[in-house]
Design a protein around this ligand. Sequence first.
Ligand SMILES: Nc1ncnc2c1ncn2[C@@H]1O[C@H](COP(=O)(O)OP(=O)(O)OP(=O)(O)O)[C@@H](O)[C@H]1O
Ligand SMILES: [Mg+2]
Length: 256
Amino acid sequence: MDILIDDVRHAYDRLIVLNSLSLDIPSGEIVCILGPSGCGKSTLLRLIAGLEVPDSGRILTRGNPSPRTLHPIAIVFQDFALVPWRSVAKNVELPLEHHALSAQERQRRIWSALQQVKLTEFAHAYPNRLSGGMRQRTGLARALVVDPAILLLDEPFSAIDVGTRELLQRDFLRLWEDARFTGVCVTHDVLEATQIAHRIVILSRRPARVRTIFEVAVPFIDRREDHPTLVALQQAIREIIREEIEAGGRELEGAS
Ligand SMILES: Nc1ncnc2c1ncn2[C@@H]1O[C@H](COP(=O)(O)OP(=O)(O)OP(=O)(O)O)[C@@H](O)[C@H]1O
Ligand SMILES: [Mg+2]
């Protein structure tokens, strides 16, 4: 499904977080969202997920999800938000509890989601027995279990060591190749963005709007870390984010 974000403004009391933010996310693409800390990235994800409603402007989704889709939009939270007293399988089952499914279909979905993230062996483990990477996979399985058309991820690979992160990123791309969901991934990791995104959106300092959009015109199979196009793109992205952070700093100094 496409996501159309049209002139969105959102504030918390007097703090204007997003202003004049417009962005179209094409169906079946992975878009990474970057921007200075605190600029409103998580807020934007919550708005797309429908967990909050924008003060003005519109967020529309367009297109037909597959018949298997139970919820069009699923979100993986930054801290994975697992329920500690439920096993991995029971955490993954949570979004199914609102749906009238046969016991067989419920089990099939849970098992398929666990297989997709390679966690079947740990189905009966509790979150406190899992590594960071396994918790991340559980959060991802819980989102995948509804076969979402749109998958939102808030810094999903940030709390994980570099080696595991690269594996998870590769697994994530394999999942996308199977399911072809529209993915929106907030990240601070410029290298990660150039590995997993079709398109990279950089938000400005707060109040955030879209500052720049880059297309990553390198096929996934060719995305070596030292690919010259990707290295140049990473430099350009870092430069823009640095500019936004510095301009934000100057505004703060001017105001004090
Ligand atoms: N529920 C809320 N109530 C009040 N203020 C909020 C709320 N959620 C976010 N904010 C404020 O809105 C601004 C944007 O927050 P948000 O979490 O969207 O930023 P972010 O870009 O995701 O930051 P980070 O990169 O650090 O995760 C921050 O100043 C934050 O303090
Ligand atoms: Mg955030």
